[in-house]
Design a protein around this ligand. Structure first.
Ligand SMILES: Nc1ncnc2c1ncn2[C@@H]1O[C@H](COP(=O)(O)OP(=O)(O)OP(=O)(O)O)[C@@H](O)[C@H]1O
Length: 264
């Protein structure tokens, strides 16, 4: 077997704890005796984008639930920001405030509000959400909204209603709403499900641009064309653990990955 075909997961060390933006070590979650996560360990570096693949039931959603505080691990460590913050001690709101944004599979934009108001509502601030719509924004906020529109390619759609956008555009708007909150880490769950091929390709570009702007990104996705377009490190989960990690070519050449996920 070629050495790169083995691609075992990277070892977790003290150094990876202090260097990593996100660090999971030995995380297990059991539902009614069923192990959804089984001693799951991996790290994500600051500025890294990582794709996660794996069969249905591999534990991908449970992994995101653990990172965002929705599910507590039975055992294991989950640290953020170079080991400084123990996420298992925080609730969902505290974790979101720390800078971890999550995009669920289905778009949830405010359909009866204009696209630009969706972004205004999402802007981080002490004021209430409605106040964000009705008051005049500062120059800085306007620049930020313009920059987000540029990234999510919806500049020409800002005065349309959220509900009038295509499925793909709604997904991009929701990603923009997350960006308005300046996340350090974005967790994105199957963003291209239901998108056209053109939208899928644009979504890969969009996430690459977001990552190039300094946001770390973890994307769960089954669409291998999209994962290839992302061009990032890939991790395959199976039965709640990391089965293989490496480039897409390395992971797709792994015999076990072919057996349990990609098929022959
Ligand atoms: N709240 C729960 N109660 C009981 N079992 C659960 C619960 N949540 C998840 N599971 C089980 O844990 C396993 C892992 O589920 P999870 O949703 O994390 O997998 P996944 O990799 O996201 O799958 P998919 O690709 O289908 O979304 C599955 O067998 C699922 O049925």
């Amino acid at each position: 077997m070629a050495p790169e075909a083995a691609n075992p997961p990277r070892a977790i060390t003290e150094k990876t704890l202090t260097d990593a933006l996100l660090y999971l070590n030995g995380v297990s979650v059991t539902f009614d005796g069923f192990r959804a996560l089984n001693a799951l360990s991996f790290t994500v570096d600051a500025g890294e984008m990582r794709a996660i693949i794996g069969p249905n039931g591999a534990g991908k959603t449970t992994m995101m639930d653990v990172i965002t505080g929705k599910t507590r691990p039975d055992i294991g460590e989950v640290f953020f920001n170079g080991g400084t913050t123990d996420l298992t001690k925080l609730d969902e709101t505290e974790i979101a405030t720390l800078g971890i944004g999550r995009k669920f599979q289905k778009p949830t934009v405010f359909e009866s509000h204009m696209v630009i108001d969706n972004l205004r509502l999402a802007l981080k601030g002490q004021r209430g959400a409605l106040a964000n719509i009705f008051r005049r924004e500062t120059g800085e906020e306007r620049d930020k909204i313009d920059a987000i529109f540029e990234t999510i390619r919806l500049s020409d759609h800002r005065y349309r209603l959220g509900g009038a956008l295509s499925h793909g555009q709604k997904q991009w708007l929701e990603i923009g709403m997350l960006l308005a909150q300046d996340p350090k880490l974005l967790l994105v769950d199957e963003p291209v499900a239901g998108m056209t091929d053109a939208e899928t390709a644009q979504t890969a570009e969009l996430l690459r641009a977001i990552n190039a702007n300094g946001h770390s990104v973890v994307v769960v996705e089954h669409d291998m064309t999209f994962v290839r377009d992302l061009g990032v490190r890939v991790m395959c989960l199976h039965e709640g653990s990391v089965l293989a990690e490496g480039t897409l070519d390395q992971v797709s050449a792994n015999e076990r990955v072919i057996e349990v996920y990609l098929g022959r």
